[in-house]
Design a protein around this ligand. Structure first.
Ligand SMILES: [Fe+2]
Ligand SMILES: [Fe+2]
Length: 398
């Protein structure tokens, strides 16, 4: 029987403690492989912008480049919604088959609280556990806990010796932000990557955008924004757009949404925008956001700017990134309306179909309300309908 070790975490960033624990588990528990699986993070629960899933995966790749049988796995990043260990372990069991034993690798603190996790009983009765324990540390409490879990659930738990799992990611981020070297807390290649990308400096465009929206948006809007960022990153990965750009566009897309109507009208005039946006906050907020991004944040990437500018209306000839942000805004997990699940289903396989369906729904909804419909929206709808026709014909002839 193959033994697969799973080590989850935020890996923001991956550090020597993670690598050490994976190595110790591999050797001491006789594992065949160890997968390090970064979780999807919820930025609104943090006081700073977490590194994107792509950056966290890249740092894992660099940290594990020289390792045999220890590798990163993007499973949780590729899923929609919040990550739960029980869902990940189910998926890993399915991936590796019934002849494999899935072993969840964790630290002392987590195993002590494991009863309170979602589907704890399923976890404890189905999978094995490997606990990294510093010698002498909380030994008695850990022993008691292991005995109790074995007696209650029959759980297979192996306690291994691990010296350095208690490295603090917060400390690493603080050191890096102050310009101090991280020493041996993180692999050199990871540190070089962090510096080259400006991560944890508090000065990346995403950091600055996040600080802005935290100050200017209501909490519910901030939560929505973070969900859009997660959704857009997942869609970008699925359809081959740039996830980093998708996240940046998402962070900024509703930055002007909580301006008062008077402020919005004033901004429309200040930026010399089309007067049709006066008294139309629904459309104006996306156009104002584009102008603020250019003027106050120095963002010049036209694709990112267009993704923000057209996130409400869509337009004919939308780019891949524009579609991703447009769709993410409409289907993030907090959205509830009659056809949302149909659109979410389409978004799994066909970006254009999903956008078309969302546009049809938008136009229908606005017509029913007797509200203003922007020509960009009707153009986008016509464009995507046209675009689909030849494909349909092809299929019919096939
Ligand atoms: Fe918006
Ligand atoms: Fe939005």
């Amino acid at each position: 029987m193959k033994k697969i070790g799973i080590l989850g975490g935020s890996f923001d960033p991956v550090h020597s403690g993670h690598v050490g624990l994976a190595r110790d588990a591999l050797a001491q528990a006789g594992l065949d492989r160890v997968l390090l699986i970064p979780a999807r993070l919820q930025p609104f629960k943090q006081d700073r912008m977490p590194a994107s899933g792509e950056d966290r995966m890249e740092m894992l790749r660099l940290a594990l480049a020289g390792e045999e049988r220890i590798e990163p796995c993007s499973y949780e990043l590729d899923q929609e919604g919040v990550s739960y260990t029980y869902l990940t372990l189910r998926a890993m069991q399915e991936r590796f088959g019934p002849d494999s034993r899935i072993c969840f690798i964790t630290g002392t603190d987590s195993i002590l609280k494991l009863d309170t996790w979602m589907h704890a009983e399923e976890l404890l009765t189905t999978y094995s556990f490997i606990v990294g324990s510093r010698p002498g540390y909380e030994d008695e409490e850990l022993d008691r806990c292991v005995r109790r879990l074995k007696e209650t659930y029959g759980t297979e738990i192996l306690v291994i010796r691990n010296e350095q799992f208690d490295i603090s990611a917060t400390e690493i981020r603080e050191r890096l932000a102050s310009g101090a070297p991280a020493g041996d807390l993180i692999p050199q290649a990871v540190e070089d990557y962090i510096r080259s990308r400006g991560l944890y400096s508090g000065r990346t465009i995403n950091d600055r955008g996040f600080a802005y929206i935290k100050e200017h948006l209501k909490e519910s809007r901030l939560v929505h924004t973070c969900r859009v960022a997660d959704e857009a990153a997942a869609l970008a990965r699925r359809f081959g757009a740039d996830p980093a750009k998708a996240v940046t566009a998402s962070i900024f897309h509703d930055m002007a949404k909580n301006l008062t109507r008077e402020e919005m009208n004033r901004q429309v005039r200040t930026f010399g925008l089309d007067p049709k946006y006066i008294d139309n906050p629904n459309l104006a907020h996306s156009k104002i956001a584009r102008c603020l991004m250019e003027r106050d944040f120095g963002i010049g990437d036209q694709d990112i700017l267009n993704a923000v500018s057209y996130h409400t209306t869509g337009r004919a000839g939308m780019s891949l990134l524009e579609k991703v942000v447009f769709l993410a805004d409409g289907i993030e997990p907090g959205r509830i309306y009659p056809s949302v699940d149909v659109i979410r289903d389409l978004a799994r396989t066909d970006l254009d179909k999903a956008c078309l369906c969302m546009l049809e729904r938008t136009v229908g909804y606005l017509k029913k309300k007797g509200a203003f419909i922007d020509t960009d929206t009707t153009d986008a709808l016509a464009y995507l309908k046209d675009k689909r026709d030849p494909e349909r014909e092809e299929k019919e002839h096939a």
